[in-house]
Design a protein around this ligand. Sequence first.
Ligand SMILES: *[C@@H]1O[C@H](CO)[C@@H](O)[C@H](O)[C@H]1NC(C)=O
Ligand SMILES: *[C@@H]1O[C@H](CO)[C@@H](O)[C@H](O)[C@H]1NC(C)=O
Length: 420
Amino acid sequence: MSVSRKPSAIIFGGLNTCSRALAALLVPLDGESLVSHLRIVDKFSVDPATTYIGAEFPKILGKPEVEYKQANLTVPVTVATCFDPPEGHESYDFVFDFTGEVRHDRTEVIQINTTCNVARLIGLEAAKRKVKAYIRVQQPFYDTSSSSKANHTEKEDIKPVDTLGTWWHETLRMLAAIEDLNLVILRIGFVYGPYTNYGIVASGITVASVYGYLKKPMKSMWSPGKNPNNTVHVEDVAGAAWACAQWMAPLGRTAANSTAGEEILFHNDKKKVKEVEGMPPHDAKLIVPLFNLVDDSNSTLVSIGQVVTSYFGTTFEFFNFVENTVLKLMDDHVEEINEHHVSGWTEMITTSNPPIPNTPLSAYMDKFALSKHVVAFNNTKIKEVIGYKLKRSHFDHEAIKEVVDKWKAEGSWPILPDTA
Ligand SMILES: *[C@@H]1O[C@H](CO)[C@@H](O)[C@H](O)[C@H]1NC(C)=O
Ligand SMILES: *[C@@H]1O[C@H](CO)[C@@H](O)[C@H](O)[C@H]1NC(C)=O
């Protein structure tokens, strides 16, 4: 790419997950933009906001390089028009695909329509328009416990979790099957960071604060085994997505495949192949550049639990249950398990000075948040092949402070005497 011309980019989806952090990297509030033009497309309205967008993002939307488009990406013609550049601009260079339904309580039909189908439509159109790089962010909906290895490289076969994971993984196969698509898959760990309210880490931070407030230990239902829960800062998701795009652009898919291609294996029901549009045959050999992205903390349930609870001045402990009991307890008692910390959080936000009438944060842990997660990814490949350097390599008190302080500043987090 010539130095004289900055690339242009579209970010699809992810307003409720990581795309705001990428927008902030590409078009910073202070400092020079990395792109000549940035279009962000999602199903939400941003003014008024129909999802949590944090205090900083509206300012980024106000920058002259940035355009926001609310669109229904399940509609093929709508997807196509999203690729038409504004007057006076050339066609888009990079596409960042952050789409996909992250709610785990959605049905298979919804997952197929809103995760697979949306990404496939965007991927097909991006290939047609010959975008130079297409970066797909893959959330950590996997279970890596089948192998005893400490962490898992991109070569190993890992199991998608539940309906959600199955169809997110299928989406990778569908995109990989688009031969002319300059696709890179960025497979991330559990995300945390400023203005990031989705996922199990945000939930853990919120609940730990309640136990700190109540001056009681936070107790996990899972035994203190290894249970890796590898983490990644949202700014690294943004940074690595950008690095992947720059790596792919001069190479193209064929050369990128020969350097970093991995086979995306089938993990679905063979019967579905006929039923679901765009689903490649179970035995199709699908190769695509794939990179894990987690920080260097080797975070586990225990380490995250200890970091968050100690930040709020309490401790992380374990109930002495056997796993079968836990599963049964969870099925029958999700509400009771939540009773304590949900009422504690309500008390915190109502006694806060000033009070917090609206917060995007909840101390309610649904079954997914309460479930055992085992995700351990090896992050060597992205460092060696792309040369990516983590900006935020450790999940620690400083990281939590940054997150909580920004929530305090925007009025999403209670301000109480004698608490962190
Ligand atoms: C998006 O389009 C699909 C297909 O036309 C439609 O079924 C769905 O209701 C639309 N969604 C919204 C939020 O308008
Ligand atoms: C899913 O997509 C199909 C085909 O476009 C449509 O007929 C169906 O109504 C959609 N279902 C949901 C739940 O969105």
